[in-house]
Design a protein around this ligand. Structure first.
Ligand code: NI
Length: 150
């Protein structure tokens, strides 16, 4: 595993729409391992592939102080319910936290690194995190959704 450089706001890479993963190979596994390594080192909750300069639809997340690690390839939100407003931050936008409204509950369908389908159910902070990371795959940053801007 190796840590990767985090791309910061202002870099055009963060504004691109990522492409679906089609090859579930060793290269994908190595990328996901590097993303987990980077996320843990940076002490973040979630990290999407474009944040390390790879325009592929992948995110990783960690909760419970690192005891839960989630990896999602080609994630899609299939159900969203309720509303919740909470402050968010992002490893690509250092030192800024702004309030964002997100669904309170989400169900996400995705694949693991081997291409097996997975279902992720999340509430509250974890739901916000999944939505935030999936936004990255569409070139959207949380500051775009800041409730200050509405
Ligand atoms: Ni982020």
């Amino acid at each position: 595993m190796a840590r990767r450089k985090i791309y910061k706001v202002g870099d055009d890479t963060l504004r691109q729409v990522s492409k679906p993963v089609t090859e579930f190979d060793d290269k994908l596994s190595a990328l996901i391992d590097d993303m987990i390594d980077t996320l843990i080192y940076e002490d973040g909750a979630g990290l999407a592939a474009p944040q390390v300069g790879v325009l592929k639809r992948i995110f990783v997340a960690t909760f419970d102080g690192g005891s839960t690690i989630i990896e999602a390839v080609n994630p899609v939100i299939v159900k969203a319910k309720g509303k919740r407003v909470a402050a968010e931050g992002c490893l690509s936008i250092p030192e800024i936290r702004e309030k964002v409204e997100r669904p309170r509950h989400v169900v996400v369908h995705a694949f693991d690194r081997h291409g097996n389908p997975i279902e992720l159910k999340a509430d509250g902070f974890e739901a916000s995190c999944f939505c935030h990371e999936i936004d990255h795959l569409d070139g959207i940053l949380f500051t775009d959704r800041s409730i200050k801007k509405k």
